[in-house]
Write a protein that binds this ligand. Sequence first.
Ligand code: SAT
Ligand code: MN
Length: 580
Amino acid sequence: MSTTNEALRQWVENTAALTRPDNIHWCDGSEQEYNSLIDLMLKRGDLIRLNDSTYPDCYLHRSDPTDVARVEHLTFVCPQSKDDAGTNNNWMAPDEAHRKMDGLFEGCMHGRTMYVIPYCMGPIDSPYARCGVEITDSPYVVANMKLMTRMGTAALRRIERENSFVRGLHSTGDLSPERRFIMHFPEELLIQSIGSGYGGNALLGKKCHALRIASWQARHEGWLAEHMLIVEVESPQGERHYLAAAFPSACGKTNLAMLIPPASMPGWKVRTLGDDIAWLHLDGDGRLRAINPESGFFGVAPGTNQETNRNAFEMIRHDTIFTNVAVTANNEPWWEGKDEERPAIDWQGRPWDKAQGPAAHPNSRFTVAARQNPGYSPLTDDPAGVPISAIIFGGRRRELAPLVYEAKSWRHGVLVGASVASETTAAATGAVGVTRRDPMAMKPFCGYNFGDYWQHWLSFGDRSKNLPKVFHVNWFRKGSNGEFLWPGFGDNLRVLRWIIDRCAGRAIARETPIGYLPRPEDLDLEGLEIAPAVIDSLLTVDKGSWRDEMTAIAGYFGELGSRVPAELLEEHKRVVKTLA
Ligand code: SAT
Ligand code: MN
């Protein structure tokens, strides 16, 4: 196979001349292709077959132990102007970055097969979808891209029709952290990644294309590419709402997107459209419509069980690739939180020994096609996407942020999003549990200057009177004894219910300086055993702490330089005044 698209043909040829693979394989996206790649990886030892009677067609991949998460310090955004990347990104001059990468890619595929993966982010016939081509020497990447994206012949045909695509070149190189870089050239719609085989570093359709490059494109084309799940909530009366929610990596987006209603909320239904990325466009009525550019999940395994996420637990019982989980004596995958069994072999292939740390890597993952989710919404494939009623921001914050509050306006909502802070997780290398600013949960993913990004967000306020309401939630508030105050998981539907009722103009709220909050009696707490005092503290706004927070936010905006919009700073001033 090859292509009628001259630009693609040329690029593949030039890339082969640089990287010198033994073979070139054009991926058609078929089941046969997937199966033969799995066989190849089983033979090579890149995959281990898991228990075929309890976990049919499930495999374990153990990555290099130094290659287990995104590497933000080795990820660069390289437009011509450093200011366009912003201080929120690492920047390298594009000439220098190209020289460096060309040197690293030189001959790197010698002895390997080069795979050419045409893919489409979004429903194949959606006007909102965008295509890309990833070239890689990793069959693991090909198999994951097959589960995560619409890849193969149909995508190639669309590329040939449109003559436009994002180029992504990836090689695992020698996996040395010294020669590991993830480079983005937004002006060239080009991604180059070497030295890592791991998730967000290597599956270039995901964070590299669908967030970093797409956010750049979206700014110029008037839409938004966001780190958001998309979930459908249906009331017992059959009223449906679509919510988009942004949380940092490993803060429960997959669990919220796949929520199972508590028994005390009969008749409520929740369906999943996406768990990680949303592309949002204004429609003719000024509503924001969302599509999920992906078609699979790359979810965090630890903590997933019958109670926390029953749908996910069932979804990953077949046709799933696990990365860096442990295995039981029965050759089943195992991770912390899967309490009914015990691990025998840890994620590095060693006999399990508690003294050596967790059995599964804290950022161990499952890759699975979204269709396997029992809560899959067929609207995921609707080319027109779904109209969003509410945008929800959230972070992992043991203090300060109440369970939920509603922004007073779009402009205030942009400030709330820009101020998101969260404790770091194992999804990226580095210290875990440190609170840092993570605006719109896009700190690692915004492909341009945060100042310009917020200006772009604010501009939607001028373009539509029909925008979603904006909320902030915090499931992670802790009491003085270190225990979580809110049960989370299925019970989060109680908060979503209030959000939906606010959107529909039904629910009452009390006004506070930081936004509108429910009174305890405004939340559906039926069947939930929680002390009134706990609810009170979950819904408390401590003015003094919020004054400190606003000072910290001002400091953060100050660090980001002159492009932070005046309108955002004015909004900040307004909130500060109400806190006085
Ligand atoms: O490694 S990924 O970027 O794909 C997952 C995540 O960090 O959200
Ligand atoms: Mn993510």
